[in-house]
Design a protein around this ligand. Sequence first.
Ligand code: PGA
Length: 245
Amino acid sequence: MIDKPIIAANWKMNLTKSDSGKLINNLNNFYDGGVELIIVPSFTLLDFAKSILSNDIALGAQNCYYKNEGSYTGEISPTQLIDIGCKYVIIGHSERRHIFGETNDLLKKKLLSAKNAGLIPIYCIGETIKEKRAGKTQEVLLKQIDILSKDIMPLVVAYEPIWAIGTGRIADIETIEQANSFIRDRLSDMEMTDVPIIYGGSVKPESTYKIASSNLIDGALVGGASLNAGQFIKIIDIFKEVKIC
Ligand code: PGA
């Protein structure tokens, strides 16, 4: 199992080859192995990133299909991701759920197929602002967790309240801790222990100290701030300082 804080950089649909090269060089120079660092670029940058990333920084993809090959124009398979050197794949990011209509049923197939190919899924769950205001957070999380099973482990779960993603409005620590303990309890009812639960949604250096200090939060999935070497390195440094002592 992963026994270090997990920090994943979700680059989303950003960066050219030359910009990503500069960012990776900065990370290579700084990285000392203190955290499980995962770089998650666009598909077009995976091969290039793998060729220049230091060996102990892991590569992840932002999505995959559940079939391993065939006539699925525009899709990428889990075995293709393994072939190119990925260790992780994000499954169920809220942008996939809400912009591209991915359902829990589809995500269940993706999770199994990713796991069977040898990838570690980073499975994203979280509620919308409307669901939060209606007091439905746990109900939504439950439906999203219920598609998991022991045979998908090893697995990382990312709690990402949708209203906190890309908004600059980070969830307060009580909200994150409440959600993470709910997720942990439900997973343990399903005999899934040792699943790291990380947080994502507007993580910035200024907000990292609180997140890193919580025993209920095992790392961060960082979007916007991971595109800036200075900010991202600060986030990693704070996790190292707080969690590894
Ligand atoms: P953000 O994105 O840090 O820009 O809010 C996080 C994510 O979508 O994973």
